[in-house]
Design a binder for this molecule. Structure first.
Ligand code: 4GS
Length: 239
């Protein structure tokens, strides 16, 4: 799968992607990351990418010509890609959207603004607006990297063992059960005995119960939507 970022800060993207699991996935040829800088599509001496808003007001607006020229170049490089603009007005990212992108396997072009908003006309070259949550950040780069990171986990071979991506929180609809490693006793806190006995059926049951418990407490909204057996519904007081 290929990811292309339209960004004024390509070094930021390349840096972040060079680390850890995404970095290894790139080295292994499982995904590719590239950038196109709208500043390279300016023609004036100062390479201007923004200007003041018509109608007045504070802040600046990203100019349509360099951004649309950069998006068009990106589409030339990845003709079948889906073009996604990161902005607070988009639909909110969640695991089901991540899984849809991963499953479709379509290449993705991320359009990132920085400091300021896009000229509205830029959206005519975009398939979709996407937000990472109801808060404002200084640029679309971190949100776009979050999308890439979450999608990359589903590309076969990127995670050590493919099973793990589907089994994670949100894919199952529940939060994860608590995990422990050595030492089994530490600062007066013991690891639950059931995990030390190697009885796999009991461990499985305990983990399921814990998942249900932590989800009910921390995320009642998720708990309401989760699929439970009739017995679990009775035990957890859900209809
Ligand atoms: C988001 C968000 C965002 C909006 C970028 C103001 C700079 C900023 N992008 N999900 N201009 N939340 N973008 O806050 O995607």
């Amino acid at each position: 799968m290929k990811f292309l970022f339209v960004t004024l800060f390509p070094e930021l993207i390349e840096q972040v992607c060079s680390y850890s699991i995404v970095g290894r996935g790139m080295s292994a040829g499982l995904l590719s990351v590239s950038c196109i800088n709208p500043r390279d599509f300016t023609h004036d001496k100062h390479r201007t990418v923004d200007d003041s808003p018509f109608g007045g007001g504070a802040g600046m607006v990203l100019k349509p010509e360099p951004f649309v020229a950069a998006i068009r170049k990106a589409k030339e490089e990845l003709p079948d890609a889906r073009v996604i603009a990161l902005c607070p007005g988009g639909r909110t990212l969640k695991q089901s959207i991540v899984e849809d992108y991963a499953h479709a396997g379509q290449d993705l072009i991320f359009v990132c603004g920085h400091y300021e908003g896009f000229d509205e006309r830029i959206f005519n070259w975009v398939d979709e607006k996407l937000s990472v949550g109801d808060y404002v950040v200084t640029g679309g780069e971190l949100p776009a990297l979050m999308v890439l990171d979450a999608v990359a986990r589903f590309i076969p071979g990127v995670l050590g063992k493919m099973a793990s991506a589907e089994e994670d929180s949100f894919s199952t609809g529940l939060l994860e059960y608590p995990q422990y490693t050595r030492p089994s006793a530490w600062r007066g806190r013991e690891v639950p005995q059931v995990l030390l006995n190697g009885h796999h059926e009991k461990i499985k049951k305990w983990r399921r119960e814990q998942s249900l418990k932590v989800t009910q407490k921390a995320r009642p909204d998720l708990f309401e939507k989760a699929e439970l057996t009739a017995e679990e519904k009775r035990a957890f007081g859900r209809k």
